[in-house]
Design a protein around this ligand. Structure first.
Ligand code: C2E
Ligand code: CA
Ligand code: CA
Length: 863
């Protein structure tokens, strides 16, 4: 409140109404002569005077010297006294000599008669605001200075979004001078495609004081295009003042953005393993989105130099089809020429350009007038495709750089996509095709066959699976070498391919095994086909300069009768193939249920045998060998027996070969050795005179270099010597190629263990091996003994074998002696040892003990 102690003046009354003002404004009252009569606290505080100093002071003493001395000031008081109010900015001096800025209103106060009595001054301090404004102005100036230097375009617009300033960078980039654009809206000027909605949102954001950042494609006055980063900053809005400018910078990011947008989406598609066409189509779509004036297309270039349309999503499909197979050449449209020259070809007027002379009739009706094409090269630099832009209106020259940058980014990506596809195909080839013959391998064969079987199931058709195995392929490999073997396989594969229908599937399983699947083929058709195939495969081929008559055995399984899935069909065709093989070369055989039953039984038996060996269900029987001269026991042969819980006695003639095939024979042999030695030792302990035991071993047992040590240990554990044991071998040992075999045999022999050649006379035609193998004993095969009675030749052979044995100092044992007659003949021939039912069947240990104690030995021998 004003100091007004004496009376309630009219001025004071007016002031009372203005008491609200009193709190925020500086208020003073001047006499008509200009001297201050009253002032409020705000006024005193603003100018730094005490009330005593201020009251009575003349108004001019508050003004700057310059103003007080000015002509304007001379009119100042007279005008007020005349009743004219005055408002304006005023600079005033404080008591300390500093100046401040006021926004002031001088109002003449009238008395009751209407005469001017006093002057009332109401003022606000605006010094701080003016300083801020000044700072902003300087800031903007500095900002545009920096911007000019940096080449960035800067636009300053007012709160109505009208341009008030653009810098040199803007003029350089967009070809517009400040005079041309002042007062225009920047968005409408540079990016007319942007819609109103966006503009509104954009303004709202700025109004709240936020800066706005975005990326946009903009066009210059001349039609040049840029991809720019736009940053708009509202200036001044943060203080709540009305004053609001927007400073916008536009930075050219075309190059980076082109790569980023295209690369990001395209690489993402590649990572997703999208197919080639999808990736390329994406490139075209992106290009057309960025530059709607462009229609793009991508063609492949074959190794033979012809075009193949890959994608052109906005071109009529019919047009693309017409390009298929068009040879590239020196005047073959934009694409064919670009591929031919291995450089970019820009045709701006298709109608007149000689490159298009022969092709324009196809494109002009579609409304395209210009076409650019750029070759796509793979990493070796070979042109594998072309990337083309078609334009349906004359090209804007100024947009060239923009288009070029787009081409650069795209061609790179196209090359990547094409190369990736190439690699994929290569991997597919490696993963799914047999490297030697180029036929599908097992995996692909399986997949294709599954498909064919699914189709056959749906359409209720028959299908045949052929398992083809070359005859005597090993011999070709062994005699002519592996390269020749490979060559033969290639030729066979070629023949297969040549004879098949398109729907047939051929593949190579491994080695010399091929598989053919014949969809829609019944037994009759399949037989025809296989007979033809065998004839074709049987025709001589020349390999490594040698004419070969190759042949194959074929097993056939039929869908659905023999199986409903490829695995079963293949397995059964394989079984049928073995059947075919057993009937000789170049035969074929259909799978039969008997075949299957046999196989099933075998499988069950194999499992049972495995168990039998593990659970010691096997046992040994012993057959005596008798010294012909003395009638005494010469030794015993241990023979394996298997009593199956359900199947009963199973003959070793069945289970020994089975054990050979399923890899159990070595275990079985070791078991027999240990068991026989244990038994012999037990008999000795009982005081029974058993001179020696013979154990049958298969060649596989001799693969184990540890066998001699294992035998020695077994003998030692049982307190036996090497003289107590004989190992029986068959002539098949001579066919064994394992390098350990001969070594093991020699070592066993060196340890003093006797070796007997079993079934002598049946197998090997040459006897020369007898000099190489350290054999002590020959066992005349029982087939000779059986024929002795009525066959002169058999008698001659048995005599000859005895002769050979004697000359080599070998003991010859006659096997299978069943009759007294045979026994007599053998004795007459001079055989030293005999074995057979005449003396005893193979017996279990208890029975053998009884037999021995009954002293039947001597009697039987001398019968
Ligand atoms: P092998 O080694 O030639 O054994 C002699 C076979 O002739 C035995 O058949 C025996 O029972 C039989 N035999 C003996 N005397 C007569 C006779 O007077 N008349 C006739 N017809 N046969 C007679 P088995 O026991 O059925 O054994 C068959 C084959 O199984 C054996 O022939 C042998 O090659 C093999 N084998 C048996 N046990 C084993 C073994 O533990 N290991 C190996 N690797 N093979 C064994
Ligand atoms: Ca034997
Ligand atoms: Ca034998």
């Amino acid at each position: 409140m004003l100091e007004c102690p004496e009376e309630e003046s009219p001025v004071a009354q007016q002031l009372a109404q203005l008491s609200a003002l009193d709190r925020v404004m500086a208020i003073a009252e001047f006499e008509l002569d200009g001297s201050l009569s009253r002032a409020n606290d705000n006024f005193l505080a603003l100018l730094g005077f005490t009330r005593e100093e201020a009251v009575g002071r003349h108004h001019s003493a508050f003004c700057t010297a310059a103003f007080a001395a000015s002509a304007e000031y001379r009119k100042f008081w007279p005008q007020l006294r005349d009743g004219k109010a005055r408002t304006g900015l005023a600079e005033r001096l404080r008591s300390d000599g500093s100046s401040c800025w006021l926004e002031a209103t001088y109002t003449p106060v009238l008395d009751a008669q209407g005469k001017v009595r006093q002057i009332l001054k109401i003022a606000t301090d605006i010094t701080a605001r003016l300083q801020r404004e000044q700072a902003q102005k300087e800031h903007l100036q500095r900002l545009s200075l920096v911007a000019d230097a940096s080449g960035t375009a800067v636009v300053i617009s007012d709160s109505d979004s009208k341009i008030v300033y653009v810098n040199n960078g803007f003029t350089r980039m967009f070809d517009w001078q400040l005079d041309e654009v002042r007062g225009r809206a920047p968005i409408a000027l540079l990016a007319p495609q942007i819609n109103e909605d966006f503009v509104d949102k954009y303004r709202d954001a700025l109004r709240t004081g936020e800066s706005v950042e975005r990326e946009e494609i903009v066009v210059s006055k001349e039609g040049r295009r840029y991809w720019v980063k736009v940053i708009s900053n509202p200036v001044g809005a943060e203080n709540g003042d009305d004053w609001n400018y927007t400073v916008t910078t536009l930075t050219d990011i075309t190059r980076a953005k082109m790569h980023e947008v295209l690369q990001h989406r395209v690489l993402e598609a590649m990572v997703r393993e999208s197919p080639l066409s999808e990736v390329l189509e994406l490139i075209c779509h992106e290009v057309e989105r960025i530059s709607p004036e462009i229609t793009s297309s991508i063609l492949g270039v074959s190794e033979q130099g012809t075009l193949q349309p890959l994608v052109g999503p906005s071109l009529p499909a019919d047009y693309s089809r017409q390009l298929d197979g068009v040879p590239i050449g020196p005047a073959s449209g934009s694409c064919g020429t670009a591929a031919w020259r291995n450089e970019t070809v820009r045709v701006d007027d298709i109608a007149t350009d000689p490159l298009w002379a022969e092709h324009k009739h196809r494109i002009l009706p579609l409304g395209f007038v210009a076409c650019w094409s750029t070759p796509i090269r793979n990493s070796q630099g070979r042109v594998v495709g072309t990337f083309a832009f078609y334009f349906n209106s004359p090209r804007v020259q100024a947009a060239e750089l923009f288009h070029q940058l787009m081409v650069d980014a795209c061609v790179h990506l196209c090359a990547l996509a094409l190369e990736r596809e190439h690699t994929r195909q290569r991997i597919r080839q490696l993963a799914f095709y047999d490297g030697l013959t180029g036929l599908p391998n097992r995996s692909l064969l399986q997949a294709k066959a599954d498909q064919a079987i699914a189709t056959a199931t749906r359409s209720k058709e028959k299908l045949a699976v052929l398992f083809i195995d070359l005859d005597r392929f090993k011999q070709v490999n062994d005699s002519l070498g592996h390269p020749a073997g490979d060559e033969l396989l290639r030729q066979i594969a070629g023949k297969l391919r040549q004879d098949l229908r398109a729907s047939d599937i051929a593949g190579r399983l491994s080695g010399d095994e091929f598989v053919v699947v014949l969809p829609q083929s019944d037994v009759v058709q399949t037989t025809d086909m296989v007979e033809r195939l065998l004839e074709l495969l049987g025709a001589p081929v020349t390999v490594a300069g040698v004419a070969l008559a190759a042949s194959a055995s074929v097993g056939i399984a039929m869908f659905p009768d023999d199986g409903r899935d490829m695995e079963t069909l293949l397995h059964r065709a394989d079984m049928a193939m073995y059947q075919a093989k057993s009937s000789g070369r170049g035969c074929f055989s259909f799978f039969s249920s008997e075949m299957n039953q046999l196989a099933q039984e075998r499988l069950a038996l194999e499992t049972a045998l495995r168990q039998a060996i593990q659970t010691k269900q096997l046992h040994l029987h012993y057959q005596p060998q008798v010294d012909m001269e003395t009638g005494k026991l010469y030794g015993v042969e241990a023979l394996a027996r298997w009593t199956h819980a359900e199947l009963g006695e199973i003959s070793p003639v069945r289970f020994i070969p089975l054990a050979e095939e399923c890899g159990l024979i070595a275990d079985l042999g070791h078991w027999a050795l240990r068991e026989a030695c244990r038994q012999l030792s037990a008999w000795r302990a009982q005081g029974l005179a058993v001179p020696a035991v013979s154990v049958n071993l298969s060649p596989t047992s001799f693969h184990n270099l540890d066998l001699p040590r294992m035998i020695a240990d077994t003998l030692q554990i049982n307190s036996l010597t090497s003289q107590d044991l004989t190992l029986e071998l068959t002539e098949s040992i001579l066919l064994d190629t394992n390098p350990s075999t001969m070594k093991t045999i020699a070592e066993v022999h060196a340890n003093g263990i006797r070796l007997a050649m079993d079934d002598f006379g049946t197998g090997y035609s040459s006897l020369s091996y007898l000099r190489r193998l350290p054999v002590n004993e020959l066992k005349l095969d029982r087939s000779f003994v059986a024929d002795l009675g009525n066959d002169e030749a058999a008698r001659a052979l048995s005599a000859a074998i005895l002769g050979i044995g004697k000359s080599l100092h070998l003991t010859v044992v006659a096997e299978g002696v069943e009759t007294a007659e045979q026994n007599l003949l053998l004795r007459e021939q001079g055989y030293p040892v005999a074995q057979g039912y005449l003396f005893s069947r193979p017996l279990n240990p208890q029975d053998f003990e009884s037999w021995l104690k009954n002293a039947a030995v001597g009697e039987a021998a001398v019968v």
